[in-house]
Ligand binder design. Structure first.
Ligand code: SAH
Ligand code: SF4
Length: 354
């Protein structure tokens, strides 16, 4: 059993088999959940025999770094990890002045199948365990030595976090030990039952919704999940979602040239989200060889026009424009390249990808 899979309130009972004084259990818990160590030997205030006993029963395994991209001009860097079963996942490190965001994957693929997304293109993958999700976080935090007060986490990597709900919640509980819920953002394609479960939590992360189209018809074209969870019902769920003072729902909108980036589309989007405490995050489409040829990134002028129209319609909006943010916008591309290469060479290595 991996100790990093446990929710904070489960650690003590699990450790009771090995360590008796409660303070020892708490010390170990801190090493595991707060500092995220990946070996029992790192637990310097725990007696050697206890460490050996722990190592016999438990593991602290974290994903292995396969590669890192060169840092982008803004310092962002993408990590490719290998899991114990051979699956590959990606995470992104994004420094932003006195804040740093880490973008985590929640699944080793995605069954939702959005047509503009590389992860969706390669299809479903299994749920990641809490240890695999938290492991991405701790590996990067260790490498980059990020002070915890600067840390933000976004679930915008590979996969649909609300289709891995139980493990997401365990992960959140561990993360809350070192950061406030408002520093964490969960991005979803609009899994309504998951949004409703999140709404019931006492401590809720920020919610980001990938809307990506201003109407149901186009949303169904590029996000097949819309057939199951219709846009009007999704908007109703967002209107019900409880927000603390000062918090917003982030509406993500991937801009595809000539498809959803016209002035009329901006007006329609403004209308769609009226009445919701929302800010729009416009994401210029990230091109990739695996995605449909007609999908293009709009020019800067087109992006500006779309954004200006939103602003005129009293919508708060930010654009993800810099190089580094771009690589973050399309998690799955790095792994995509590896899979494509492996398929071309008939490689066996990636078999678990299906
Ligand atoms: N499954 C979740 C979280 C992961 S996707 C979700 O869909 O929200 C994170 C964000 O990346 C989403 O807003 C998605 O719309 C966006 N995205 C996916 N592929 C992209 C691409 N090729 N270019 C730009 N943004 C993309
Ligand atoms: Fe899955 Fe999100 Fe990609 Fe859609 S955009 S396929 S939900 S990861």
């Amino acid at each position: 059993m991996n100790l990093l899979d446990l929710a904070p309130d489960a650690v003590e009972a699990t450790l009771a088999e090995v360590v008796s004084p409660a303070f020892r259990a708490r010390q170990i818990e801190e090493w595991v959940q707060l500092r995220g160590v990946d070996s029992f030997d790192a637990m310097t205030n725990i007696p050697k025999e206890t460490r050996a006993a722990l190592a016999e029963r438990f593991t602290l395994a974290q994903p292995e770094v396969l590669s890192r991209t060169e840092p982008a001009p803004d310092g962002s860097q993408k990590y490719l990890f290998k899991l114990a079963d051979g699956n590959r996942i990606e995470s992104v490190y994004m420094p932003m002045g006195d804040r740093t965001s880490i973008c985590l994957s929640s699944q080793a693929g995605c069954a939702v199948g959005c047509t503009f997304c590389v992860t969706g293109f390669f299809g479903a993958g299994r749920n990641l365990t809490p240890a695999e999700i938290l492991g991405q976080f701790f590996v990067i935090q260790r490498e980059k030595q990020i002070p915890s007060e600067q840390m933000n986490v976004v679930f915008m990597g590979m996969g649909e976090p609300l289709l891995n709900y139980e493990n997401l919640v365990t992960t959140l509980e561990v993360l809350y030990r070192q950061m406030a819920p408002r520093r964490i953002t969960v991005s979803t394609s609009g899994i309504i039952p998951g949004i409703e479960e999140l709404a019931k939590l006492e401590r809720r992360p920020n919610l980001a919704i990938s809307i990506n189209a201003p109407d149901r018809k186009r949303r169904e074209e590029i996000m097949p999940i819309t057939a199951k969870y219709p846009l009007d019902e999704l908007m109703a769920a967002l209107r019900r979602f409880p927000l603390e003072k000062g918090r917003d729902i982030t509406v993500e909108y991937v801009l595809l040239a000539g498809y959803n980036d016209s002035t009329q589309d901006a007006v329609a989007l403004a209308k769609l989200i009226r009445g919701i405490h929302a800010k729009v995050n416009a994401i210029p489409f990230n091109e990739d060889a695996n995605l449909p040829k007609w999908m293009k990134r709009p020019t800067d002028r087109e992006i500006d026009r779309f954004v200006d129209t939103l602003v005129k319609n009293r919508v708060r909006v930010t654009v993800r424009r810099s190089k580094g943010r771009d690589i973050a916008a399309a998690c799955g591309q790095l792994r995509g390249k590896e899979i494509a290469k492996s398929r071309a060479t008939g490689g066996r290595e990636m078999k678990s990808e299906g």
